[in-house]
Write a protein of this length. Structure first.
Length: 616
């Protein structure tokens, strides 16, 4: 079994009601919290202590099962929990104190919610009597996170702690995964209570449907074998259900083409001949076009995000829609489904394989030959590519592509948000699930370094690279200190184009090249002081990284590219940061401009594909 094949499935975590003798012990609420975390199998917690959560930190010190990693900012703790969860398939855990500690977790919680990542955030709350009085460091974190958590709890009775922790982990990991927040009043942590384990979960209304309806499966299989131009439109739900093997069987059985969304990258090998690439705003021409011209959108664990559909009313105009999702609220949300299927993607796929085989046995088999002739033509004519950099300069795409080639498909790659994220999704060849971590739904700058840190904590033997932008890196690089001090030797490739590149790209295309506030390495000057000269490095990422105990390297010339990547690969006792100075005018192509139809896709500036046929 490979490292990644061993990734637990969604919902696999030590059961709260595992068989064994009932434990009943008197202890504080804080001790009960740590015992509960041990009992659900949490092995790593990322956090920062403070007044309200302080009682929990005392017994945490004695735990031999739960390792606490002291981050430098709670946002880092939240993204680290997310990175840990995405890399391992287990629930990630972060912890913070009340008020500002808790509100610093809001961004990563929202991020995990958008990307359906199972994390449990534990926050201290002011003492129960002080709640609602504007007490020192009080914030209504349950109220604040209500719309961005799958569920949240305010605990004021210490006896509830074991049950709430068991439920929180269960809710986070099952059904459509997501973040759960547990806010515990300080006096509940301090009070004496009885720790009982196992506990009975009390969730009468929570029963995610995982087993799909047989009739719907049969209908879907019929549509698939009768279609002329089907596409398997695969989203993050397939990855989360660990259903890559079943997806591959269905794809190869039917011969249908596959597109994987930004959140599904890795669940189907990029090298597979049936893979058309990623759909969406910066998707490949074959993937975007196949969705436009398909007669059957066979949707598995994807959610018709606006970045995928472009202008919704012109998306896939002649397609029937099969939509399978674990979350019934997703079905029909943006696009009505002809065949809705509620269920876990792995079970859906397993049943579909049987149903399609039954159709074949009855003599019904789809013929996609003509479709493939056209798809192959698009693949040949419009492959992903990029223009070379001006003589002597580094091209950002080449840097990223080379990292992927030299480091290989077994490593984990975490991206920030911006051009570098899109190039990483395009030019690194992903072959395995859980090797691509990114902030897809929220687009959270600053995600890469802490997410990579969390992934490294969960998978210490796997090389973990953060592909970051110079803007993103300046948001969360302080977690390099955490990495150094906790023996989490991640690699960070800063794709340094001196600007907020993705925003600059939009200014180039849509704002007449007026670069308002996107240049990072110089300011406007002030009080008669000249701005720093062009090329000044403020901050100097090499020095900054070294100050945090990492090895700082810089690469400015194409001829040094391979050597510097190899040098970084050989350093495993400390984090490594490589400051790649790349040219600033590179743009991400293909592109479907926001709010326009996918039919308007450009594979280069001003250049639209010519399909030269009736479907053009
Ligand atoms: C927290 C946050 N603030 C602002 C944005 C808007 N935004 C999207 S991409 C981007 C630029 C990112 O710059 P950089 O990290 O240098 O990456 P590049 O695009 O240059 O590769 C900005 C500001 C965002 N996505 N997230």
């Amino acid at each position: 079994m490979t490292e990644h094949a061993a990734t637990p499935r969604r919902g696999d975590h030590p059961a709260a009601h595992a068989p064994g003798p009932q434990t009943t012990e008197t202890m504080t609420g804080a001790q009960s919290l740590i015992r509960s975390l041990e009992a659900v199998g949490a092995d790593t917690v990322f956090g920062i202590p403070g007044g309200a959560i302080l009682p929990a930190y005392d017994p945490l010190m004695d735990s031999t099962k739960v390792r606490h990693i002291l981050v430098r900012h709670e946002q880092g703790a939240g993204h680290a929990a997310t990175g840990y969860a995405q890399a391992t398939g287990r629930v990630g855990v972060c912890m913070a104190t009340s008020g500002p500690g808790a509100t610093n977790l809001v961004t990563p919680i929202a991020d995990a919610y958008m990307d359906s990542v199972p994390i449990v955030a534990i926050t201290g709350q002011v003492a129960s009597k002080a709640i609602g009085t504007d007490a020192f460091q009080e914030a209504d974190i349950c109220g604040i996170t209500m719309p961005i958590t799958k569920h949240n709890y305010l605990v004021t009775d210490p006896a509830e702690i074991p049950r709430v922790i068991a439920e929180a982990f269960h809710i986070a990991a099952t059904g459509r995964p997501g973040p759960v927040l547990v806010d515990i009043a300080k006096d509940a942590l301090q009070a004496q209570t009885v720790f009982r384990w196992p506990v009975e979960a009390a969730l009468p209304g929570y029963r995610p449907v995982t087993k799909p309806h047989a009739k719907q499966i049969r209908e879907a299989a019929k549509l698939l074998v009768n279609a002329k131009r089907p596409v398997l439109y695969v989203g993050g739900g397939v990855l989360k259900a660990n259903a890559g093997a079943e997806l591959r069987i269905l794809a190869e059985l039917t011969g249908a083409p596959v597109v994987t969304t930004l959140m599904a990258i890795g669940v189907f090998p990029d090298s597979h001949p049936q893979h058309l690439g990623m759909p969406g705003m910066h998707g490949s021409v074959p993937a975007v076009t196949a969705l436009q011209k398909t007669d059957l959108l066979f949707t598995l664990g994807a959610r018709f995000d606006d970045r995928v559909t472009g202008k919704l009313d012109s998306f896939a105009p002649s397609a029937k829609v099969v939509h399978a999702d674990i979350d019934p609220a997703e079905i029909g949300k943006n696009r009505p489904a002809d065949v809705p299927i509620v269920g876990d993607a792995r079970e859906v796929l397993a049943d579909l394989i049987v149903a399609v085989q039954a159709e074949f046995d009855a003599g019904h088999r789809g013929d996609y030959t003509e479709w493939w002739t056209r798809l192959n033509e698009w693949k040949k004519t419009y492959p992903l590519g990029y223009e070379p950099a001006p003589e002597g300069q580094l091209s950002p795409q080449q840097v990223i592509e080379r990292i992927g080639q030299l480091v290989g498909p077994d490593a984990i790659y975490a991206a920030g948000v911006g051009q570098h994220q899109m190039w990483a999704s395009q030019f690194i060849q992903f072959e395995k699930p859980a090797t691509w971590l990114n902030s897809g739904g929220a687009g959270t700058m600053g995600y890469a370094v802490p997410a990579a840190m969390g992934a490294k904590a969960g998978k210490p033997d796997v090389p973990v690279w953060a592909i970051d932008g110079d803007g993103c890196f300046q948001m969360t690089n302080q977690e390099l200190t955490t990495c150094t001090l906790n023996n989490l030797p991640i690699k960070v490739a800063v794709i340094n184009n001196g600007s907020l590149g993705m925003v600059r790209q939009w200014q180039t295309l849509f704002y007449n090249q007026r670069y308002s506030n996107t240049v990072l390495h110089s300011g406007p000057g002030h009080d008669g002081v000249e701005p720093p000269a062009q090329g000044t490095r403020i901050p100097d990422f090499v020095l900054l990284s070294e100050a945090m105990g990492a090895v700082g390297l810089r690469c400015e010339r194409p001829e040094d590219l391979d050597d510097v990547i190899k040098q970084a690969m050989e350093i495993n006792d400390r984090p490594v940061v490589i400051d790649f100075i790349v040219h600033q005018d590179a743009m991400v192509w293909p592109m479907v401009a926001a709010g326009t139809s996918n039919d308007e896709i450009q594979f280069a500036r001003g250049a639209r594909p010519d399909f030269g046929d009736d479907l053009d």
